[in-house]
Design a protein around this ligand. Structure first.
Ligand SMILES: [Zn+2]
Length: 130
């Protein structure tokens, strides 16, 4: 039962807000699907990421930061830690190494105010010179 109410082109109105909301939901589901599909077919996950990016571009939306670190910003493949990516924290940054294109991506981790945790035991002295 798809009652298509395709009205004639109206100017940008509240309708586009609704579309943006739907687009956001689709991005949510696409990333959830990408996660589910990875075990079965990683290439499907990569396609979902690309779809989500296309939707975001179409509706001029930003992909939420929680999702942005789930794909490689160089080759845009879905990244599964331990499978096709290595994730580690370094100097308050999240460093994601993509095993698909062999590149690093760095993300700033939001610090919770009043809850600093120093971990001197975790001094990673690996020089990651590209
Ligand atoms: Zn990559």
């Amino acid at each position: 039962m798809a009652a298509k109410t395709k009205k004639t082109k109206s100017k940008y109105s509240k309708k586009s807000e609704a579309q943006a909301r739907i687009a956001k939901e689709r991005i949510d589901t696409l990333f959830a699907e990408a996660k589910n599909a990875f075990r079965e077919d990683p290439s499907l996950s990569h396609r979902y990421v690309q779809l989500a990016r296309k939707i975001a571009m179409k509706y001029k939306l930003k992909i939420p930061s929680k999702y942005r670190r789930q794909y490689c910003k160089h080759c845009y493949r879905y990244l599964m830690p331990g499978e096709n990516s290595r994730v580690r924290t370094r100097e308050g940054k999240l460093v994601v190494y993509c095993l698909e294109c062999k590149k690093y991506s760095r993300y700033v981790i939001k610090r919770k105010l009043g809850h600093r945790c120093f971990s001197p035991s975790h001094t990673v002295s690996r020089s990651s010179a590209d």
